[in-house]
Structure formats: structure tokens, C-alpha cells
Design a protein around this ligand. Structure first.
Ligand code: MTE
Ligand code: MO
Length: 565
């Protein structure tokens, strides 16, 4: 899935034979245009609620890369076909197409191999890209996201707005996605029946509640993680919140007064945007489990993602209700989610008041993620983003705020998301002895290659890619990598980093390295560790940081790979 010019040019050559096919197909596309006024208004929030009930489709970064290749190659020949229509068609890709058959999402889902035909969905359009895939040199790669939406991949490769790619996609159009498929059948017995349908590239660690992460290779493709590919960590069913009737309640202990804000009222406050990484405190737990079993979801290294979050500053809102920096008795800000389980158990967490009111705290009540309304899985219509702090405190579907003398009494604040000594386990743990995790320690991971990969050695070197991040607003200042167990270290290149200064540097750093390996070796173990702006670094192994909940799992990341020529 590496997009590179050479790749595109190679593909351009191989794909000559398919040119005819596309030109033939373009005739088919002609009868599908000037569609749906009604659809245009949806285009703006395509990664927001529009997708909430839509079973997502199939396609692949590689396929898109190839589409670009096609485009470059055929653009000249095709121009005359589309020249007249170019303006008109601008926003119509994926819109309802009169006269074509309708397919249900489950029908589309059956078409994920060349034998069964490869179908993909983009918005309301259903496409058969089998012939495209057959011509494609990297036949296996093309199925990497089989069953998933084309959209996050377009975002990854920064070409989703390319009109000509849309046109090529439209040339493979075979039908429409059934309307009723956008609304899921509800099973009242199942509290999760109304959960949104997720992108197939999100590999579930658990289905109900839904918890999932993407592959490391996909994660490190872009500095901002596309919403559809952002890890999801739910403890309960996703609540359906009506934005029209939604109100955020704020209670300040001791005032006996509760103030409410509608979404519209919240949007009248100055809009603030931060770029922040969100990470589950259980990220990389699977590695810690190898030392000794822990209790918790088996997260790999991808329970982390980065987005821009826009909304109202919590500080502004608290000021409005009379809570300022000078509070002497009030110490915590509690958040209550609107997600419940059958026993009316509700998600909740809290943060210290200083973080909420500090002008450098940058705590946001976000209604947008990467420029679109929050997707249902990430807290629609409103969530707290507490940058630099464990994912668990970033309460989604926020319904109520309580400014209090106490921390949240919720299970997740009191009896979970705490760190312990390696000798403590379920039998002798006393949760009241450990503070709740807030700011996160420094962490890093190698995303490419992955464990077990065969890595090509080029002139004695191999290429690595990964991420590094630190909590508390600290910035990554260095990432070190080694292939000889730490005898010699190489310094990685910090490729992508936000400009914000510590202690307000909230986003991760993407890094890469080209490191020498002994050509006689058949296998190497690569390690990485990061250093943050406080000169804190990662522990060497999991043995001495093991804890029975498997949180704060930030030892050196180690990946064993085979070397190939
Ligand atoms: N209301 C609510 N908020 C929540 C959770 C939840 O289950 N319910 N999970 C928390 C945890 S543990 C994490 S790691 C993050 C995950 O956010 P994401 O799903 O948007 O990635 O949300 C936090 N906020
Ligand atoms: Mo989490």
C-alpha cells in the first residue's frame, strides 16, 4: 500500500489493456448523472452521521493508487468524453443512479473475491471492479480492505477530491445501495443492535461492545487518522442521541443549580481546534500479556490515533457558569456519558479541575473530528477531548458535567484504569491505593515492518516506519532504533510532527529510519524507543512494569522479521 510514483508509472504501463474497458464502461456511466439534488447536502458530512447506518463497502488503498495510475494514463484520451459534463458531475459520484438495480449491503458483502466478483460501495453507488482487479499486478494487496469503504483510503492518499478518479469509479457502476440498508433492522433483545456498522479495516478485539484497531501498516500511513479507521473503544452500546433535543447539563456542587446548553448554544461559543492524539491506556497490552496473563482486551499497538478536534473550550464554558481558576473547594470535573447498559450502568470519568480551567490545558468539548461532525462511535454529538490524558477520560456522548470536590464515582474512574506494582494481582489489589491514570507516559511502536514479515534488504539497509507519542503535552525529541539488541543505536528521522510547543504538544510523531543490517543474518529483532521533551524514555522490558490490568504498556517495541534479498 505504498503510494509511489514509480508504482503508478509501472501500473500505467501494465494497464494499457484495461483502457478499452474503461472507455467502454464510461458509456454506462453516462446515463447516471444530474442526479439527486437531495444528495448534494449530504456530501459535506460524508464521514459523519451520513455513514452511521451504512454498511460499508469494499476497496483498497492499492486499488485507489491504481485508479490514479489509470487516470494519469487515460486522462488525455478520456477528456473529450467528459469535457462537457465535467462541471455538472462534480458532486454526483456515488449518488443515486436511476435505472440501475438496487443491491443490499449483504449482497455486496458476498462479492469479495475475483471468483465471486469484487464489488465496492461508495456512498449510494455499487461498483463491480473485478475486471479492474484482474488487471491489477498486486492482486493480493487489492483485497486488503475487502468489504470496506473506499472513503478512508481516498483520504489516506489525499486524492479523495480528484474529480477524475470519481469518474473512473463511476465507470464501474452497476447499481445502487438499497435505501433500507441505511437503516439497520433492530433486534430489541440486543442492546447493540443499533450500533453503527464499521469499516472492515477496523479489526475487532471484541464485537459487543465494539472495540477495534487497524493494522500497524495502515495506521502509520497518515498523520491524521481518517475517522473511519480511528480505533474504537466502547464499554457499552452506542447511544442514539438526537441533536435537536440534546442538552448538556452542567452542575456545580454547592450552587444547587444546573445549567443546560443545547448544541446550538454550545456552537455559539468561540470555536477552538486542537490536533491531538488519543490513546487507550491499554494500547499494546498484548505484549505485556506475554510476560503473564492480564485482564483486559488484547490490544495491539494501534489503539491510538490522531485527529483535529473542534468545539468549545471547557474553560470557556466553566467560566460562563462561574467556575474559575480560583476554586478552593472544587477539585474535579466529572463527565457522564449517555451510554448505559441494561442495568443502567453509565460510563463516566473525571479529570482534575486545574486541567479543565487552565488556559494551557486545551480541554475541548468537541462536536467535530477532522472537520466533520463526530461519528457515532466517537461520541456524536459531543465528547470531551482531554489532550495528553488517557483515552478513558475523554468521555464520549457527553450528557452531563459535574464540578465537584470528588472524582467521578464511576467504575472506570475508581476500579479500572489504574497502575499497580508487578507483585499485585486481583487477589491482593486495593484500588483505593492507586491514583487514576491521567497523563500518559512516553510510548512508541514500529508500524512497518510487522512481526514475521519478510523484509527486503537493499544495499545492506532496511526501512522502518512508526509512531511515538508522549502524554502531558510533551513532544517527542528523539526515536532510537537498534537491530543488535542495543549494542548500537540509530537515530530515526522525525517525519511528521505538530508545530505546537511543549507542554501543549498533543499530537504524535511519525518517524522513519533506514538502518543497516548484517547481510549474513536471516532474521533480526528490531527495537525502538522514544525520548520526550522531559527526557523521559521507555522502559526496556515488560517484566518490571507488568500490572494485572495490562495498562501503561510502554516498554521498547520489538519486532522480529526475516531478511530477504
Ligand atoms: N461514554 C463513553 N466514553 C468513553 C468510553 C466509553 O465506553 N463510553 N471509552 C473510553 C475509552 S477507555 C477510550 S480509550 C476512548 C476511546 O475513544 P474512541 O473510541 O473515540 O477512540 O473513549 C473513552 N470514552
Ligand atoms: Mo481506553
Amino acid at each position: 500500500m505504498i503510494i509511489s510514483l514509480t508504482l503508478i508509472f509501472k501500473k500505467m504501463l501494465i494497464m494499457q489493456s484495461t483502457l478499452k474497458l474503461i472507455l467502454n464502461r464510461s458509456c454506462k456511466a453516462q446515463h447516471c448523472r444530474a442526479l439527486g439534488q437531495y444528495y448534494n447536502h449530504k456530501n459535506n458530512d460524508y464521514r459523519g452521521q451520513n455513514f452511521k447506518n451504512k454498511k460499508t463497502p469494499l476497496v483498497i488503498g492499492t486499488a485507489i493508487t491504481s485508479l490514479v495510475g489509470y487516470y494519469l494514463f487515460i486522462n488525455k484520451n478520456q477528456r473529450h468524453v467528459y469535457a462537457k459534463e465535467a462541471k455538472k458531475e462534480e458532486t454526483n459520484a456515488g449518488a443515486y443512479c436511476k435505472g440501475l438495480p438496487s443491491y443490499s449491503m449483504s449482497e455486496v458483502n458476498k462479492h469479495t473475491t475475483k471468483e465471486d466478483k469484487i464489488w465496492v460501495v461508495y456512498r449510494e453507488g455499487v461498483y463491480d471492479i473485478t475486471e479492474f482487479a484482474e488487471q491489477h499486478p498486486g492482486g493480493d494487496q487489492i483485497l486488503i480492505a475487502a468489504g470496506g469503504s473506499v472513503e478512508p483510503f481516498w483520504l489516506l492518499y489525499g486524492i479523495h477530491k480528484n474529480e477524475n478518479v470519481f469518474k473512473i469509479l463511476e465507470s464501474f457502476r452497476i447499481g445502487n445501495l438499497k435505501k433500507e440498508d441505511q437503516v439497520q433492522i433492530t433486534d430489541i433483545e440486543d442492546p447493540y443492535a443499533k450500533d453503527p456498522i464499521r469499516h472492515v479495516a477496523l479489526r475487532p478485539a471484541n464485537m459487543k461492545p465494539f472495540n477495534a484497531e487497524v493494522s500497524p501498516a495502515l495506521l502509520c500511513e497518515s498523520f491524521l487518522t481518517p475517522n473511519d479507521l480511528f480505533y474504537v473503544r466502547n464499554h457499552l452500546p452506542v447511544p442514539e442521541v438526537d441533536p435537536a433535543t440534546f442538552e448538556l447539563e452542567i452542575e456545580v456542587e454547592g450552587t444547587r443549580k444546573t445549567v443546560s446548553f443545547t448544541l446550538e448554544e454550545l456552537k455559539k461559543f468561540p470555536k477552538a481546534t486542537i490536533t491531538a492524539t488519543l490513546m487507550c491506556a491499554g494500547n499494546r497490552r498484548t505484549e505485556m500479556t506475554k510476560v503473564k496473563a492480564v485482564k483486559g482486551l488484547s490490544w495491539g499497538p494501534c489503539a491510538i490515533g490522531t485527529a483535529t478536534w473542534s468545539g468549545v473550550r471547557l474553560r470557556d464554558l466553566l467560566q460562563k457558569v462561574g467556575v474559575t481558576d480560583d476554586e478552593e473547594t472544587l477539585k474535579h470535573v466529572q463527565f457522564e456519558g449517555l451510554d448505559f447498559d441494561v442495568t443502567a450502568n453509565q460510563y463516566g470519568a473525571s479529570i482534575p479541575l486545574w486541567k479543565a480551567v487552565d488556559k494551557r490545558g486545551d480541554v475541548i468539548l468537541a462536536y467535530e473530528m477532522n472537520g466533520v461532525p463526530l461519528p457515532p462511535d466517537h461520541g456524536y454529538p459531543l465528547r470531551v477531548v482531554v489532550p495528553g490524558v488517557a483515552g478513558a477520560r475523554n468521555v464520549k456522548w457527553l450528557g452531563k458535567i459535574v464540578v465537584s470536590q470528588q472524582e467521578s464515582s464511576s467504575h472506570w474512574q475508581q476500579n479500572d484504569y489504574k497502575g499497580f506494582c508487578p507483585s499485585i494481582d486481583w487477589n491482593n489489589a486495593d484500588f483505593s491505593t492507586a491514583p487514576a491514570i491521567q497523563e500518559m507516559p512516553v510510548i512508541s511502536a514500529i508500524c512497518r515492518p510487522a512481526e514475521g514479515d519478510v523484509v527486503k534488504v537493499e544495499n545492506g539497509f532496511i526501512n522502518l516506519k512508526g509512531y511515538a507519542w508522549s502524554g502531558g503535552g510533551q513532544k517527542i525529541i528523539r526515536v532510537d532504533v537498534t537491530t543488535d539488541g542495543g549494542k548500537t543505536w540509530q537515530i530515526a528521522k522525525l517525519d511528521d510532527q505538530d508545530a505546537a510547543l511543549p507542554p501543549r504538544h498533543w499530537a504524535w510523531t511519525l518517524w522513519s529510519a533506514r538502518i543497516p543490517v548484517d547481510p549474513k543474518l536471516k532474521e533480526v529483532e528490531i527495537w525502538c524507543k522514544a525520548v520526550d521533551s522531559c527526557y523521559n524514555t521507555q522502559p526496556e522490558s515488560f517484566e518490571n512494569i507488568w500490572n494485572f490490568r495490562g495498562v501503561l504498556s510502554n516498554a521498547y517495541h520489538r519486532v522480529k522479521v526475516k531478511l530477504g534479498q
